[in-house]
Design a protein around this ligand. Structure first.
Ligand code: ZN
Length: 353
């Protein structure tokens, strides 16, 4: 495996649903501390790494949490009932393997499903509702499950593998939403030089998937003038797909708008001009059914000029997302080039002209 894939593999396979991001945050703190001047936190657990000390405040953020499940009940036969955390599509959940994280370690389970033999023919095309699903741990009783450490409140995440696919730029794993954004923020902090015309706040937020909560609290700490969220975007370049602006390998997505943000127009133009000048490919989709952290980051204190950048991802919110390495690399290149331009004069012009 290529060396540059190591961080992506490690980050994507860590478990961390909203309010359970500790493993991800410990990993990121250990890495970002080596390259940032300082690292501080908000009270929800978001990490704010800082580079520079003068000039305009530029905040870039990726969220650490992933969608998952939480154990709500153990039946007397030892099956788990659960609550979804974040947006799950019922049809990708069946017959999947999961990790249940208990005090005593990881216990594996599978979402049980009836074989077709016992589903009446006229019912086979009907989607199965999430609230009828359960997780089978392969135990015989509640007591046996409890002895393994399983209890209500446990976090459940997909059990996945990191796979380098046929074309070795195509990478499959769970939780690209948004560990690929975290990896990008980390790498941007690494590549930024020490003679910046601004102060950069490389932020890793918590609880995005349940309402951009860490974005809100961390932006209150930072008080940004420029706020850019780096998140996954949709890739729909598959049979039945339509939009040319939602393709893997065609560059970072500079969102026209999403459900939480109409971007700052002058900032958007500056990012597009930078991409053109640096020969970085980019796409311009819009998303009406989703938001990014920028939706809250741009509303703290006096507000900030904000933008959402998406790294295209196929099969988002499932066990098996696919990204293209070049989109990740080009996102980093674009952000580093943009940040270098954001001196006092440029930012004042963006905000007040
Ligand atoms: Zn996301």
């Amino acid at each position: 495996m290529k060396k540059e894939y190591e961080v992506l593999k490690e980050l994507s396979l860590l478990a961390g649903i909203p309010a359970n991001e500790k493993r991800v945050s410990q990993y990121l703190v250990s890495k970002v501390s080596e390259v940032a001047d300082d690292v501080v936190f908000d009270h929800l657990g978001s990490i704010i790494s800082i580079k520079g000390s003068t000039g305009p405040k530029v905040m870039i953020a990726g969220h650490m949490d992933e969608i998952g499940l939480m154990v709500t009940q153990i039946t007397k036969e030892g099956f788990l009932k659960f609550q979804t955390i974040g947006g799950w599509f019922s049809q990708v959940m069946l017959a999947q393997v999961w990790e249940v994280h208990t005090k005593k370690g990881i216990v594996h389970g599978v979402t049980g499903v009836k074989p077709p033999h016992i589903i009446p023919a006229d019912k086979r095309s009907i989607a199965i509702a999430i609230d009828t699903m359960y997780i089978d741990l392969g135990v015989t009783s509640k007591e046996e499950a409890e002895a393994l450490g399983v209890e209500p409140g446990n976090m459940i995440v997909p059990k996945s593998e990191f796979l380098v696919m046929g074309n070795d730029k195509f990478l499959m794993s769970k939780a690209w939403d948004n560990r690929i954004g975290c990896a990008a923020v980390l790498e941007i902090m690494k590549r930024l030089s020490n003679d910046l015309p601004n102060t950069v706040f490389g932020t890793f937020t918590v609880q995005e998937e349940v309402g951009l909560r860490g974005a809100k609290t961390s932006a209150y700490v930072v008080e940004p003038e420029i706020a850019i969220a780096i998140d996954t975007g949709l890739a729909y370049d598959v049979p039945g797909g339509e939009s040319a602006e939602q393709s893997l390998g065609k560059g970072p997505q500079i969102l026209l708008l999403d459900a939480g943000l109409v971007p700052h127009q002058a900032l958007r133009q500056l990012v597009i001009d930078t991409a053109k000048a640096e020969n970085i490919p980019y796409q311009e989709p819009f998303i009406t059914g989703g938001r990014t952290d920028a939706g809250h980051m741009h509303l703290a204190h006096h507000g900030a000029a904000a933008l959402s950048i998406g790294i295209p991802t196929r099969y988002m919110h499932s066990h098996t997302g696919i990204i293209h390495y070049d989109d990740y690399e080009n996102t980093i290149k674009l952000m580093v080039a943009v940040i270098k331009k954001l001196d006092r004069e440029t930012v004042d012009k963006l905000l007040f002209d």
